[in-house]
Design a protein around this ligand. Structure first.
Ligand code: ZN
Length: 218
């Protein structure tokens, strides 16, 4: 992991800025699990200085702690809402695919169909109170990991996790205080990429063009 929250300033720093700004502090907090992590400067030339969890950590960014699908439960189901969500998914499936692909590089259509099938098997659509906003993020957690494959389709394997403090995924929208984030964990170097859960379906790079055309025609 290459970022940590500084306890003194409460800022998130990448390792290089940390070394410049955080004096001699050797410990920060993991932004995923909130546990303490420490600076580790391995002698090996291949390993960059990074932050590491302590040995007894339960953080899901450590692959052996990752429990895929354990969160895919709901306290209650709502079949009526499920119908509405499924209708929207069917209507906007390509944009959902594109949004997922923006986080899971080189996501292919077959993988996307597998995500949909797995979510269907888990009855995700019927989780009470589910809104369309959460759909792409939940889908990305419907696969143990995305592998680079034999042809090095991706640079490395990765997987996605939600706030480790949630037991069932519906706590994200039913309980306050749960981090509205999804993290991608790179299996090779444990690098973590953070995504905020938002309702936008258009990629950021297209928003200007979308608005440009709307303003012209409406
Ligand atoms: Zn952690």
């Amino acid at each position: 992991m290459y970022e940590a929250i500084d306890i003194v300033t409460n800022e998130l720093y990448g390792i290089d800025d940390w070394l410049k700004n955080c004096e001699n502090r050797k410990e920060g907090l993991c932004r995923v699990c909130g546990e303490k992590i420490y600076i580790r400067a391995d002698k090996s030339e291949n390993t960059k200085t990074h932050f590491s969890h302590y040995r007894d950590s339960k953080c899901p960014t450590i692959e052996k702690n990752h429990r895929p699908f354990a969160h895919l439960n709901a306290s209650e189901l709502d079949l009526e809402n499920g119908k509405i969500i499924k209708g929207k998914v069917a209507e906007h499936s390509f944009l959902i695919f594109e949004k997922c692909k923006g986080m899971a590089e080189n996501l292919n259509a077959k993988e996307f169909r597998d995500l949909i099938d797995f979510a269907t098997q888990k009855e995700v659509w019927n989780y009470k109170g589910l809104t369309f906003t959460y759909v792409p993020y939940i889908l990305l957690t419907c696969r143990e990991k995305f592998t680079k494959g034999e042809r090095n389709y991706r640079k490395s394997d990765f997987y996605f996790v939600f706030d480790p403090n949630i037991k069932n995924v519906d706590e994200l929208w039913n309980q306050s205080g749960k981090k509205q984030k999804l993290w991608k964990v790179d299996c090779k170097d444990n690098n973590v990429t953070e995504y905020s859960i938002d309702s936008a379906l258009l990629p950021i790079w297209y928003e200007f063009t979308d608005e440009y055309i709307r303003n012209k025609f409406t």
